[in-house]
Design a protein around this ligand. Structure first.
Ligand code: GLN
Length: 313
């Protein structure tokens, strides 16, 4: 295809890394205390194609917390278990136009959780997983994510502890949703499992393999295993296009034109359907909570290769 020239993809990844490695804009997230202590100079850029070829530059083997980048993958697992209508009917699929942890958005109308890529909808998605108890629900997520990454993923304990001690706002969100009958398990348990999911450690390479599974229409490029139905991938990508980039999703669509998901750990995964996943990892975030270097690197690659879904031939 158009990206068959692998030398070019490697040099493009190297170029994107070199272009932004000295950009010191933004700051680590600090509302989860240990995130503030992560080395701010870390920076990795990875492309994994739908056929599993990897092109990497920088700190691509450093484990960081997946945080909100988990959300589309949990939505995918729920779809796989219960079908796409379950997400639409029990959570919703509309963007909020508000911060990811908005409580105002929950109060706006009877949709409440709005979509599975904001905290409210993501906690609701976790609560929807059919499993006999919270441990089984967590095991389902950990196994599912490990399948997407094609490697066993484990919790970063310091992140989990730190966030568990400070996540009062998410506890409020879970309780509020439960009050409105838009949470489908015990709120304390659902929030604990949600916090574990965000504390999962991934490397940029592992995250790119997760994204490449979406790029490859639900089949993991490394194991060849089908993890989600082909006809669910477009719903996951639609959610990412509309709600994957916090309050900057509009400018991201405008400038990069790719479905993507960002997290406060500094990771971003963008998906070029049928072609590749592009991942950036760097801890410093802008005001909206998006990794500055990661977003610039992905945008550079997208523009160099004309990857925007909205570009003409
Ligand atoms: N675990 C974080 C939270 O719920 C994830 C937030 C994020 O990455 N935007 O606050």
């Amino acid at each position: 295809g158009a990206f068959a020239d692998h030398t070019d993809l490697q040099s493009l990844v190297d170029e994107a890394h070199a272009l932004y490695k000295d950009n010191d804009d933004g700051a680590n997230a600090d509302y989860i205390p240990v995130l503030a202590e992560v080395d701010s100079s870390l920076f990795g850029v990875v492309i994994i194609t739908a056929s599993g070829e990897t092109f990497a530059a920088g700190d691509v083997d450093h484990r960081f917390s997946i945080q909100s980048v988990a959300k589309p993958f949990t939505a995918a697992l729920v779809m796989e278990q219960q079908g796409v209508d379950a997400i639409r009917d029990k959570i919703g699929v509309e963007p909020t136009g508000m911060p990811f942890n908005s409580i105002v958005a929950i109060e706006l109308n009877d949709q409440r959780s709005r979509n599975p890529l904001v905290n409210a909808g993501a906690i609701a998605a976790v609560s929807m997983i059919e499993a006999k108890d919270a441990d089984a629900r967590w095991a389902f997520i950990q196994d599912g994510f490990s399948g997407f990454a094609a490697e066993r993923l484990e919790i970063l304990d310091d992140i989990y502890q730190s966030e568990s001690e400070t996540n009062y706002r998410n506890r409020a969100i879970a309780n509020l949703l439960y009050n409105y009958e838009r949470l489908y398990a015990d709120p304390t348990e659902a929030n604990e499992v949600y916090t574990k999911q965000g504390s999962l450690g991934v490397t940029a390479k592992q995250l790119a393999m997760m994204g490449a599974t979406l790029a490859n229409w639900g089949v993991n490029p490394k194991t060849g295993e089908r993890l989600i139905q082909k006809n669910y991938v477009d719903e996951v990508l639609a959610l990412m296009m509309m709600a994957g980039f916090y309050d900057e999703v509009g400018i991201w669509a405008y400038q990069a034109g790719l479905p993507a998901k960002t997290g406060v750990g500094g990771g971003i995964v963008a998906v070029v359907p049928g072609e590749m996943a592009i991942v950036g990892f760097s801890p410093r975030l802008n005001e909206a909570g998006n990794s500055v270097r990661s977003l610039l690197a992905i945008e550079h690659i997208a523009n160099e290769l004309d990857l925007s879904l909205f570009k003409g031939p």
